[in-house]
Design a protein around this ligand. Structure first.
Ligand SMILES: Cc1cc2nc3c(=O)[nH]c(=O)nc-3n(C[C@H](O)[C@H](O)[C@H](O)COP(=O)(O)OP(=O)(O)OC[C@H]3O[C@@H](n4cnc5c(N)ncnc54)[C@H](O)[C@@H]3O)c2cc1C
Length: 421
């Protein structure tokens, strides 16, 4: 490392952390990226590696900057249709989502593991089996400990000094709690915990076999259930949602109940319900989110789901995590470039310059992330309801409300992407 390069620790090698690390490395910097998972194969964190993502066009500038467009297209499928079903299973409307988004770029389905493969390009140093157990008040002395649960290796801890710590360990971030837990943190991220929406629903996530409709997403907004079907390369991702109180039924019985309530069963819906019933390791994802009021404290900064953990209703969390990583990479690399030309600082950026850069990142990105977060919350209010009357009224409204109006805030973000500096 050159003396003017800030020492950057990125905690969490998920979508946000890997995107940031790769962008910084592409700009000649050397961040340290750690993940608590034992190895790449077990990089599951709280979120599990194996689920489906529909990615909005905002990821494309990042993919291009990393020169990974071909790999991205190869690992994903183009989604062009959104098919909305009534609570009975009948098709209510079909929207040409691909056409709606075309002016901004592609809308694509990819597995989380597939996306991580595209971003890492098999060349992404990660220190696995490591986590942060302590942070100094300004966030720059970090205690890193072993977190390898796979072979029960004894965890050893050591202190390291960094100039900037990026907390990117996802939804329910543990590292964020180290910042929240500090005695003088009243003005910081404390309110984040309060600012959380619990829909009191969750859903089983699993894979079904790929079919001929790999350009179509189907969603059934039911009365007491939700079924979402999302194609990726070589498979179909399935999300079967239910109120928390029904979770104890288990996926098999709940899928059977949904099947018995649908009066129209397409082969695709049938196959997806069968997959939920028969997959041994379908995991249950709670539909809760969280949002942090301030992203910077000292020289630590939150990124991705650690800053704003999304309900997966609008399918935008990963897209925003990547966009935010792009903006943070710009701010951090500008910092290194500026300090390199500033002889007064002896090479390295001064503390206040680092804090100003992190504040600038927050000012540029938090309003955008919160707009998308609000959109996800608004959709959740419409999607998850138990009443048949509500479902009936919603079915009628669906005839008039287009996907364009449902996604208006997100379309606005696509219309005005972050300014490149
Ligand atoms: C079922 C489901 C469907 C979704 N669908 C979509 C979609 O269609 N489109 C979309 O854009 N988004 C979607 N999302 C949201 C998207 O997955 C997240 O917004 C995105 O993964 C956030 O990235 P992240 O890097 O912040 O967190 P993650 O990708 O979760 O990464 C966090 C990383 O931190 C590591 N980690 C955790 N704790 C620690 C620790 N203490 N120390 C060190 N490392 C740690 C984990 O191992 C993991 O690698 C979906 C989410 C789910 C669950």
């Amino acid at each position: 490392m050159s003396p003017e390069e800030p020492r950057i620790l990125i905690v969490g090698a998920g979508i946000a952390g890997i995107t940031l690390a790769q962008l910084l490395r592409a700009r000649g910097m050397n961040p340290v990226l750690i993940d608590r998972s034992a190895d790449a194969g077990r990089m599951i964190g709280d979120n599990r590696a194996g689920y489906m993502l529909a990615l909005m066009p905002m990821v494309e500038p990042i993919i291009d900057e990393l020169d990974r467009r071909e790999a991205y297209l190869d690992a994903s499928v183009g989604i062009s249709r959104y098919i909305a079903h009534a609570h009975t299973g009948r098709v209510l409307r079909q929207d040409h989502l691909g056409d709606l988004l075309a002016e901004y770029g592609d809308y694509r389905g990819i597995s989380r593991a597939g996306l991580l493969g595209v971003l890492t390009a098999d060349d992404c140093p990660i220190a696995f089996g490591a986590t942060v157990t302590g942070l100094s008040a300004d966030g720059t002395t970090v205690t890193v400990a072993g977190a390898d649960r796979g072979d029960r290796r004894q965890s050893q801890s050591s202190d390291f000094d960094f100039d900037i710590v990026v907390i990117a360990d996802g939804m329910n971030s543990h590292t964020r709690r180290l910042v929240i837990g500090q005695p003088d943190a009243a003005d910081s991220v404390e309110s984040s915990v309060a600012d959380s929406v619990d829909t009191a629903w969750g859903g089983w996530v699993c894979w079904a076999e790929a079919d001929a409709d790999d350009d179509a997403v189907n969603e059934i907004w039911g009365d007491g259930f939700f079924l979402g079907i999302y194609p990726v390369k070589g498979a179909v991702g399935v999300f079967l949602g239910c109120p928390d109180a029904r979770q104890s039924l288990g996926p098999r019985r709940f899928a059977a109940e949904v099947r018995s309530r649908l009066t129209v069963l397409t082969p695709r819906i049938e196959a997806c319900l069968t997959a939920v019933a028969e997959t041994d390791d379908a995991f249950f994802w709670p539909l809760r989110d969280s949002r942090v009021q301030r992203w910077r404290r000292g020289r630590t900064v939150l990124l991705g789901d650690a800053a704003a953990g999304f309900l997966p209703t609008a399918g935008i969390g990963a897209g925003m995590a990547m966009e935010s990583a792009g903006v943070l990479a710009e701010e951090l690399s500008a910092l290194a470039a500026d300090s390199g030309t500033d002889s007064r600082s002896g090479g390295l950026a001064a503390v206040d310059e680092i804090e100003t850069a992190l504040d600038r990142f927050e000012a540029r990105q938090r309003p955008r992330v919160e707009a998308a977060h609000d959109n996800s919350r608004a959709l959740a209010r419409l999607m998850f309801d138990r009443s048949r009357l509500f479902a009936f009224v919603r079915d009628q409204a669906f005839r008039i409300i287009s996907i364009r109006s449902a996604l208006k805030p997100i379309l606005r973000l696509l219309e005005s992407p972050p300014e490149r500096v």
